[in-house]
Design a protein around this ligand. Structure first.
Ligand code: KIV
Length: 269
């Protein structure tokens, strides 16, 4: 079954896709060139994730990326995107203090980047904040299960929602939906629990490490397309080996320079 049929994707298309049983595709993007390629390929949503802290800025966790840094990256993505709906993460420290702080951060993202929505981590505890952002006219994507900004309190990169905490997962999902989010990311939860949440909710669920029963899937593109040659989570499927291709291309370039064969006549004035 094909994806969303629209020239420009809006939040309502995600609702319609769920009703029609159409799966939605999401990729991260943090720059104009990848955004243009993924948009032209037909991805439904582009997520300017705070995973940029890891895969763009080389940091160990997502905690240190700032709103200013996110805004620079998000602007590049929106400039290059015609069809996909662009969503930007609210980074750590820009929404937890109060709903007012969250609304101000979300307004900056919308005003300065041209994105169509923001994403925010958390469930029941963040529901009131989601409601305030939605009431300000800003579409919200929730993010529950494993939430990387809370990795220290969650005890590391571990699957959430197993047995004892499966009640929390469904409570978080319902709270996010009731607060007005139009979609929710389910990260690293058992496939069965993600399927149950998906059946329970009327908003779109987007899985990452959450099995095949969600309404859509998201992956970090550097993992999915092999630019990242390091260790990858088990839930990643590698569709290309761009890291190896780049490495080989760089070696060929260096060898041509050493051999004096680049530039040739065709590349000279
Ligand atoms: O920051 C990010 O890339 C994300 C995805 C893993 C969903 O939040």
């Amino acid at each position: 079954m094909s994806g969303i049929d629209a020239k420009k994707i809006r939040t309502r298309h995600f609702r319609e896709a769920k009703v029609n049983g159409q799966k939605v595709s999401v990729l991260t993007s943090y720059d104009a060139l990848s955004a243009r390629i993924f948009d032209e390929a037909g991805v439904d949503m582009l997520l300017v994730g705070d995973s940029a802290a890891n895969v763009v800025l080389g940091r160990d966790t997502t905690l240190s990326i700032t709103l200013d840094e996110m805004i620079v990256l998000a602007k590049a993505v929106t400039i290059a995107t015609k069809r996909a709906l662009v969503v930007v993460d609210l980074p750590f420290g820009t929404y937890e203090v109060s709903p007012n702080q969250a609304v101000e951060s979300a307004i900056r993202i919308m005003r300065e980047t041209g994105a169509a929505a923001v994403k925010i981590e958390g469930g029941v505890e963040i529901a009131q904040t989601i409601r305030r952002i939605v009431d300000a006219g800003i579409p919200v994507v929730g993010h529950i299960g494993y939430t990387p900004q809370s990795e220290h309190s969650l005890g590391g990169h571990v699957v959430q929602g197993r047995d004892a905490s499966s009640g929390k997962l469904i409570a978080d999902a319902r709270a996010v939906e009731q607060a007005g989010a139009f979609a929710v990311v389910l990260e690293m939860v058992p496939a069965e629990a993600a399927r149950e949440v998906t059946e329970d909710l009327s908003i779109t669920t987007i899985g990452i490490g959450a099995g095949n029963g969600t309404d859509g899937q998201v992956l970090v593109w550097q993992d999915a397309f092999g630019l990242n040659r390091g260790k990858k989570p088990r839930f990643v499927r590698e569709y290309a080996t761009l890291g190896d291709s780049l490495h080989d291309a760089a070696q060929a370039y260096i060898a041509d320079i050493h051999a004096g064969t680049f530039p040739g006549e065709a590349e000279s004035f």
